[in-house]
Design a protein around this ligand. Structure first.
Ligand code: ZN
Length: 252
């Protein structure tokens, strides 16, 4: 039997940029689609090109919190234009990041994030979220700007928050992506977190910078095995469940 996998959070390499090295594909698994997330206006152009030329690719356009400080005026109009021109596109990667110095301040990040959530709600788009150490603010922004009438079913990528927030996000309809970032660094904390995500909300991600045509199924299978071990579940059965989750969210 072949396991059909969906990479629910990836990026695309700009011309001349090195893609992330990926393990070779494994027999019995195949990546049938991917959500490619854009992070700033220059990147959106490459995401758009990939979506048109690479079968199975769903584009997402968003301003990453790490891009807020450097973005030029007019980005929001460009974002709206791209989303309107791509009815299947998601909003993302967007969110809040309090982990590093040198990023835009939290009020400025929050403002850019809320603007994007309002746009996603108005255009009825799902969103792909990035959040580090700003969970209360993220929940407040979602509640005030996106839920409950925004398109149900959004993704929190590489969830790193405490259990209470896992629970609150799940209640609000969140899906969670897990990938090599977790399976490669092998921490007990990640294992515990991955074990507590409800099975019907799990998705796989590479979060790699991909060159068009690259099959990351090898990486996704390693992440799936790690996830199954963390949860004490059978990898194949878990893989089938995750494929169903992806089908529901991306093609339902
Ligand atoms: Zn990402």
């Amino acid at each position: 039997m072949t396991l059909y996998l969906f990479d629910a959070h990836a990026h695309v390499a700009a011309a001349g940029d090195p893609p992330t090295p990926a393990a070779p594909p494994l027999p019995g698994a195949e990546t049938v689609g991917r959500l490619i997330c854009g992070v700033d206006p220059a990147d959106w152009r490459d995401v758009n090109a990939a979506a048109w030329s690479w079968a199975g690719t769903i584009p997402a356009f968003g301003l990453h919190p790490r891009s807020v400080a450097s973005v030029q005026e007019g980005w929001f109009e460009e974002l709206e234009r791209l989303l309107t021109g791509n009815p299947a596109a998601w909003l993302g990667e967007a969110g809040l990041d309090a982990s590093k110095r040198g990023l835009a301040g939290m009020d400025e990040q929050d403002e850019a994030f809320r603007r994007q959530l309002r746009l996603a709600k108005r255009l009825r788009r799902r969103v792909n979220l990035h959040c580090v150490k700003a969970w209360d603010r993220l929940l407040a922004a979602l509640d005030e700007e996106y839920l409950p009438d925004g398109r149900d079913g959004f993704i929190v990528h590489s969830f790193s928050g405490p259990d209470e927030h896992l629970h609150e996000l799940t209640e609000r309809g969140a899906y969670f992506t897990v990938g090599p970032l977790f399976s490669r660094r092998e921490s007990r904390r990640d294992r515990g977190r991955a074990a507590r995500i409800p099975g019907d909300r799990l998705l796989l991600e590479s979060d790699f910078i991909l060159a068009a045509g690259v099959d990351v199924s090898g990486e996704l299978v390693y992440a799936l095995r790690w996830l199954a071990a963390a949860r004490g579940e059978d990898a194949e059965a878990l893989g089938v469940m995750i494929s169903k989750n992806a089908g529901r969210l991306f093609h339902g």
